[in-house]
Design a protein. Structure first.
Length: 446
């Protein structure tokens, strides 16, 4: 305790009695050899005695498994509030609660219950810097919610050594740049695809004053998020889609679902410009027997197009394969994942990766790396693992082996000399961060 107590005393000595001083602590480091909540309950009264006016109650350190200090979508909102309440019981100064809280209503409930005296918001400010004003005005539907994906903020900073941004707010980190001005010559712009890239492009182009129409071949908007939002803890990804559609509706932008644009329609209508956000389609390796009736694509499984049967074998242990396994295990399906790479494509170093691996292991799922699939024969998958040929029985076989960009309409746009941009998975299958940011940039540049 001594190091902190001496710092508190020194700070209080400098600022005097009238300046409020508070300290942010990890109430529990949740790591082997670290201090815990029982220790912190003994420590915080001494901090108050040394001159602290409020305690800000966080949790974990950077090496805590699952990155609890910057909790991912795999943790429940407000998961850390019980620690704040525990500290309130032993001190008589305000306690600030924090930990995956993005909703002002949840904050109000926590304060009303006595969990904390104040609530701190972090990443929610990145996703929507105006959310407090919107909450004050009662416009909760206008709030763009943080989903705690961590892609644009802490993981971009830590793993990619790039500046912080937000997957769902492409202006985050670019506030020094002025918003694109309204255009002098309005264009009739078609955006083909209503996934993350297309919706983001539509909002940005609309803000410039263009006449925008969005086309989506599926019956619902959302693109890859329709399947990506189905695994455990990922439902909130569709909140952004709903928010985007409300924003476009307010701007009178037409989103035509169930409308597949083809070359003939482009030739007949000749829009002034096009943004191709057609996404990507799944691909699979040339494995004998993969045309079997018990074989299905992971996206069809996640969206309920396939009857679930147990046991299941998933070919590919990237994020799509791992999240499909997580989805199936939660429904009581036995799962084995076969991955050709000798190492996990999904790292345990990321928060979501850690929890995926943990849930799959705890749920009884099997992960085999360095497994090369040879063939599918009736209800059996044959593969080589550690130089030995093995067999795995399966009632359903699921492919999660990657995707290929759908940019087939480029040729007709080139032929007609219609200006166009390709964004998101149509350019190259990647994350939601790249899709939303590329779409926004394309819309601004139109």
């Amino acid at each position: 305790m001594r190091f902190i107590l001496e710092i508190i005393a020194a700070v209080r000595n400098v600022v005097g009695k009238d300046s409020p001083v508070w300290i942010r602590v990890s109430a529990d480091e949740v790591i082997r050899g670290g201090y815990d909540l029982a220790f912190m309950k003994k420590f915080v009264p001494r901090m108050v005695a040394a001159g602290i006016d409020a305690i800000h109650c966080s949790v974990g350190v950077y090496s805590t498994p699952g990155s609890l200090s910057i909790a991912s979508m795999d943790t429940e909102p407000g998961f850390n509030l019980f620690r704040a309440r525990a500290l309130k019981e032993v001190i008589d100064v305000p306690v600030i609660g924090v930990g995956r809280i993005n909703n002002p209503e949840l904050a109000d409930e926590a304060i009303a219950r006595g969990d904390a005296d104040l609530i701190s918001f972090g990443r929610q400010h990145l996703t929507d810097p105006d959310f407090i004003n919107k909450a004050r005005e009662g416009n909760l539907e206008d709030i763009r919610w943080c989903v705690a994906c961590n892609q644009g903020c802490i993981e971009r900073l830590s793993f990619e050594m790039k500046s912080t941004t937000c997957s769902f707010n492409p202006e985050c980190g670019r506030e020094y740049k002025k918003s694109a001005s309204n255009v002098a010559h309005l264009q009739r712009i078609w955006i083909i695809g209503a996934g993350p890239a297309g919706l983001s492009a539509a909002m940005a182009a609309c803000a410039r004053g263009h006449n925008i129409t969005v086309f989506e071949k599926e019956t619902k908007a959302g693109g890859q998020l329709l399947s990506a939002s189905r695994p455990p803890h990922k439902k909130s990804f569709m909140d952004w889609v709903s928010w985007s559609l409300r924003s476009l509706d307010k701007a009178s932008v037409s989103v035509k679902c169930g409308h597949a644009v083809d070359a003939n329609e482009i030739k007949q209508q000749k829009p002034d410009a096009v943004i191709l956000a057609c996404g990507a389609y799944p691909v699979a390796a040339a494995i004998p027997g993969l045309d079997s009736k018990i074989v299905a694509d992971a996206r069809d499984v996640l969206t309920g197009k396939v009857e679930l049967k147990s046991p299941a074998v998933i070919l590919g242990a990237g994020y799509v394969g791992m999240e499909t396994a997580d989805y199936l295990l939660a429904k009581g399906i036995d799962v084995t994942l076969l991955e050709m790479q000798p190492y996990p494509p999904v790292t345990k170093l990321s928060a979501h990766g850690y929890w995926l691996h943990k849930r799959i292991k705890d749920g009884g799922g099997r992960l085999l790396f360095g497994a090369k699939v040879l063939a599918v024969e009736k209800d059996v998958v044959r593969y080589v693992h550690m130089n030995a040929e093995e067999e795995e029985k399966a009632a359903m076989i699921i492919t999660a082996m990657g995707a290929k960009s759908d940019n087939a309409l480029e040729d007709v746009l080139k032929e007609l000399a219609i200006p166009y941009k390709v964004v998101g998975d149509a350019k190259s299958p990647r994350r939601i961060l790249e899709a939303i940011h590329e779409g926004h940039r394309a819309g601004e540049e139109m």
